[in-house]
Design a binder for this molecule. Structure first.
Ligand code: ADP
Length: 157
């Protein structure tokens, strides 16, 4: 029965898109680049339990400019009071964007190349009186796609 589920999942992946499996923007834990990394904020970040945290600029959650990796905080001295921006500028982790209608198959192949395992998901919004713009819809990770294929919750180790 488990094999059948996986087979069905693998077949269904063909007509699903990134937008179907992503974590929606309102549920994404992200932080402003101006955040000071002191004992309190680092504790909060660790408590959330995510590996990667999108970082936005100018107080605009639609304006994600970098990724903070929780492992970047390991060697940080909280008394230095660095901002997230400083830490992100130092590490420069690649930040990737995909459109929400990207087929899961395409996204999976992209993740399999191994350069990155989280992408920001954008939607193109048309306007009457100005050029189209991007609206951030969420994040997608390799985990979201694997979970879709297995059609079962994967319990994190
Ligand atoms: P993590 O290692 O942080 O748990 P995974 O790649 O294993 O990340 O993804 C687990 C789930 O968490 C996925 O559904 C993914 O979309 C979601 N996710 C990843 N990062 C964040 C974040 N910063 N805020 C909210 N959800 C996230």
């Amino acid at each position: 029965a488990e094999e059948l589920k996986i087979a069905v999942g693998a077949m269904e992946i063909s007509d699903k898109t990134v937008g179907d499996v992503m974590t929606k923007i309102d549920d994404v834990f992200m932080l402003p680049d101006t955040t000071t990394l002191n004992t309190k904020t680092v504790a909060e970040i660790l408590r959330m339990g995510y590996t990667r945290i999108p970082v936005f600029a100018a107080g605009d959650r639609n304006n994600v400019v970098s990724l903070l990796f929780v492992k970047d905080l390991a060697l940080l001295d909280p008394d230095d009071n660095f901002t997230i921006q400083t830490v992100c500028n130092y590490h420069q982790h690649a930040l990737r964007f995909v459109l929400h209608d990207t087929p899961l198959r395409v996204m999976l192949e992209e993740f399999k190349k191994g350069d990155y395992h989280l992408a920001m998901v954008n939607e193109i919004v048309e306007h009457e009186d100005q050029d189209p713009s991007y609206q951030l819809q969420g994040v997608v990770t390799l985990e979201d796609i694997v979970e879709e294929i297995l059609q079962a919750e994967i319990v994190d180790e």
